[in-house]
Design a binder for this molecule. Structure first.
Ligand code: GDP
Length: 685
């Protein structure tokens, strides 16, 4: 007799799910408990599944966590009916009692197709397609299903659904840091410091010492990072020195550095970028080893450098501190071995561990398009072991490892933790800072990359979203922000210090304000990237921001504001914390005109024959006059003329005569910039 899966399961005394698993093991295709099995199959199943064999606990998939409800009279197990919303089933021998079960949860990722959803729900794809059709959605089994719709459908079948973002770590194998599997891994080092203090020279010097001492003698390749072998261990150096690259990688989600070597020239001492580097390393919570370079120079004064650094909490051990210092000369090659040994010592204290026995995970350190080989990128394996043939996803691209090449130009088959290795096999070019994951399922790798590409196109996903002053109060209320990080830029050191002090004093019980970097100078790229990587806001005082940097801030979603009065800066942050932020005053440039000729009309007045190059110029506009980029006058437009006639406004591409009160010194070549102060209401709820 033909039987449906659930009827047969009931007869045998197991759940439908268990029976489906058994059928699967017997290679009998059956996807749902409603599938009708033919007579032969029923017999086969009955012969195989004697009570003895069924009593063995079948391995049930994770998603099935329903407690069967015992039926009083009969000693038969109630079949699990997941389709609670389906009509009662005709073959039932006794009236179905309402079954109250805890809704099982299924986890799905954003790449889900109809077929996969059907699988997860254990129903036929065709049923899902019908369901979608009844909602006016035409789809085939390979169509990707909108996560909202998938959730609705899953609910109908009695499931709760958890959607895993295609950027979530949960998609990949867990880190699995099981103690017994962990091995020591080599430290990864970035060299930072002020310009010309010898970062590049030091990187080269270390690489060269090593090449001579290695037995392999391969040709050094520039792959973005290199490994140095020492009798006591290995050290990996990232090839791009400086904090810009370091922080840009962090902003993209990759933190690869374990130790920063801070290079300070013994004949120059602590300079602005030295301080920036310290702040960037601290923001990333990376430990610092100081290399005092250029000790060969006549003006070298390592003790002075130590004293200066002590102000930044980098105190040498001999003075009771914890920081490791090394005196080196990149030029003469002095002290390099000692520096390397000290790095191993620091690494030992950091107890860097990894599990080589899992699929590789890491970060892209460099990527380039090679003429012959196509997209090539260097990945730094951070955990696990990377093997030839592995499928992977890196940022929005995927691929399969076709070749692995080391910094010595050797082709290898596997690369363990803390190994930089060049990979051939990318579908397209990834970006430095992209995270890299090996997946056991190459379909999934491709799907994740496709979905990430789609999301990027839709720009729907913001996998980083940064704090703004506007949202501060909301985030505080939600309890999502407990630590407001601030970057301060001001025109003089005194103001930096005053602001740092006042800002940190605004800390309350719920929110702690921390200035992660304070410096003298205009807001620059490195400030934006540090803010982006650390989720900080930028406060400027008597400084400027160029259009380019302000565009970058917009792209990185970094909030910055510039003030002319310290009190205003402090008060604004305070108000933002209290949710009382007043409308923001923004300057909007409405027009620009280039002065071409001056006509003196009297001793104190002149008309500037000008050409409107942008926007429009209107009579009564407030303006400023720029000479070689410097503001030389602020005032108002008194009269505006075209061909001797007074006009109200002149637009782009036309010439006009502009008269400005109290500014007889206009020169040809000056730029008149008209602007408005607009109030922007800040969204606060
Ligand atoms: P970076 O800007 O920090 O990468 O600095 P570079 O490595 O380009 O070095 C800047 C200058 O300092 C170059 O002219 C180097 O030759 C010189 N230099 C670097 N290290 C040393 C050193 O140990 N001793 C001396 N005397 N000069 C050095």
């Amino acid at each position: 007799m033909k039987k449906k899966v659930f009827t047969l399961a009931k007869e045998i005394g197991i759940t439908s799910k268990e029976l489906l698993v058994k059928l699967n093991e017997l290679n009998i295709p059956a996807k749902s408990h409603m599938v009708v099995l033919d007579e032969k199959t029923v017999e086969l199943v009955l012969s195989k599944l004697t009570p003895a064999s069924t009593s063995k606990k079948t391995k049930s998939p994770k998603i099935e966590k329903i407690t069967p409800v015992p039926v009083k009279e009969k000693a038969v197990k109630t079949p699990i009916n997941r389709q609670l919303h389906e009509k009662p089933i005709a073959e039932k021998q006794e009236p179905q009692k309402p079954i109250i079960v805890a809704r099982p949860k299924i986890k799905i990722n954003e790449t889900l197709t109809i077929m996969q959803l059907a699988d997860k729900l254990n129903v036929k794809a065709i049923d899902l397609i019908k369901k979608l059709l009844s909602r006016g959605i035409m789809a085939t089994i390979n169509h990707r299903i909108d996560t909202k719709m998938a959730e609705l459908i899953a609910n109908e079948y009695g499931y709760d659904m958890e959607i895993i973002s295609v950027y979530s770590e949960a998609l990949f194998e867990e880190d699995n840091l099981v103690e017994e599997k962990l091995v020591h891994r080599a430290p990864v080092v970035t060299i930072m410091g002020h310009v010309d203090h010898g970062k590049t020279s030091l990187l080269d010097a270390i690489r060269n010492t090593n090449v001579i001492s290695t037995e392999s003698g391969g040709i050094t390749q520039h792959i973005g990072a290199y490994k140095v072998k020492l009798p006591k261990g290995e050290v990996v150096f990232l090839d791009t020195p400086g904090h810009a690259a370091f922080t840009a990688m962090r902003a993209r989600g990759a933190q690869v550095t374990d130790i920063v070597v801070l290079v300070v020239a013994a004949d120059d001492g602590v300079m602005p970028q030295t301080i920036e580097a310290i702040d960037h390393a601290n923001a990333a919570k990376v430990s610092i080893v100081v290399a005092i370079n250029k000790i060969d120079t006549p003006g070298a004064n390592p003790d002075k450098v130590k004293q200066e650094l002590a102000k930044y909490s980098l105190v040498p051990e001999e003075w009771g501190g914890k920081t490791i210092f090394a005196n080196v000369s990149a030029k003469k090659g002095t002290g390099l071995e000692n520096l390397l040994e000290l790095l191993l010592l620091e690494a030992e204290m950091l107890e860097l561990k990894a599990n080589p026995d899992r699929p590789a995970k890491g970060a892209i350190v460099e990527a380039r398009l090679d003429k012959g080989r196509g997209p090539v990128a260097t990945v730094l394996v951070q955990n696990g072991t990377l093997k030839l043939g592995d499928s992977f996803v890196a940022g929005i691209v995927s691929g399969k490892v076709r070749a692995l090449i080391t910094d010595k130009g050797e082709r290898i088959k596997i690369a363990g933790p803390s190994t930089p290795v060049e990979i051939i096999g990318f579908s397209e070019l990834p970006q430095a800072g992209d995270t890299f994951h090996v997946l056991r399922d190459d379909h999934l790798a491709r799907e994740i990359s496709l979905r990430r590409q789609e999301l990027q196109k839709e720009t729907k996903i913001k996998h980083v979203s940064h704090i703004t002053l506007e949202d501060l109060y909301k985030e505080i209320q939600k309890g999502e922000i407990k630590d407001l990080k601030i970057i301060i830029k001001a025109d003089v050191q005194g103001s930096v210090e005053a602001l740092v002090d006042s800002m940190e004093r605004l800390s309350t019980e719920t929110v702690k304000l921390t200035v992660i970097h304070g410096g003298v100078g205009h807001i620059n790229e490195s400030d934006i990237m540090l803010a982006s990587a650390s989720n900080a806001i930028i406060i400027g005082f008597h400084v400027e921001i160029s259009t380019e940097i302000s565009d970058l801030a917009k792209k990185e979603e970094v909030d910055f504001s510039i003030y002319q009065i310290i009190y205003e800066a402090v008060n604004n942050v305070k108000l933002a914390m209290e949710g009382l932020l007043a409308p923001k005053l923004v300057e909007v440039i409405t027009g620009k005109a280039e002065v071409r000729q001056i006509f003196k009309t009297s001793k104190t007045a002149a008309i500037s024959g000008s050409y409107v190059s942008e926007g429009k110029i209107t009579r009564g506009n407030i303006i400023r006059v720029l000479r070689s980029g410097e503001i030389v006058h602020k005032g108002k437009i008194d009269s505006l003329r075209r061909f001797k006639e007074d006009v109200k406004e002149v637009t782009t591409g036309y010439e006009c005569g502009i008269q400005i009160t109290d500014f007889p010194n206009m020169q040809s070549g000056d730029i008149i910039e008209a602007y408005e102060i607009q109030k922007v209401l800040q969204k606060l709820k």
